[in-house]
Design a protein around this ligand. Structure first.
Ligand code: HEM
Length: 83
């Protein structure tokens, strides 16, 4: 059994992604990174298929590669550290 199946498949991935963006989009530390994203629903859809594919689901990720998607965001090893 895949991780995808064991956690409940697509409905579970959807809940996780909804909760994740519900948190980051309302957190001042993270929200500004997403201010320029025109279509959050599309981003969430890509995030769902990315995660699902990574944990053994049948979805096919059709978003950008990780380097291209994050290239202009200025993310560094220190980004996640609260000062
Ligand atoms: C393991 C870490 C991460 C993974 C697996 C990941 C995954 C993804 C995926 C799958 C997309 C969708 C790309 C697309 O729609 O073509 C995306 C977009 C995005 N991610 Fe990440 N991400 C990670 C870390 C981060 C971090 C740390 C930040 C901010 C601090 C971030 C900010 C963004 C933003 C703003 C977008 C939208 C970019 C745009 O539409 O122009 N990500 N990410």
């Amino acid at each position: 059994m895949t991780i995808y199946d064991s956690i409940g498949g697509a409905p579970s991935v959807r809940v996780v992604v909804d909760k994740f963006y519900g948190r980051v989009l309302n957190d001042p530390q993270w929200a500004h990174y997403f201010a320029g994203v025109a279509d959050i629903d599309k981003l969430k859809s890509h995030q769902r298929s990315s995660i699902a594919a990574a944990i053994g689901g049948p979805e096919i990720y059709q978003g950008r590669d990780m380097g291209a998607a994050h290239a202009t965001l200025g993310i560094t090893a220190r980004t996640s550290m609260r000062s």
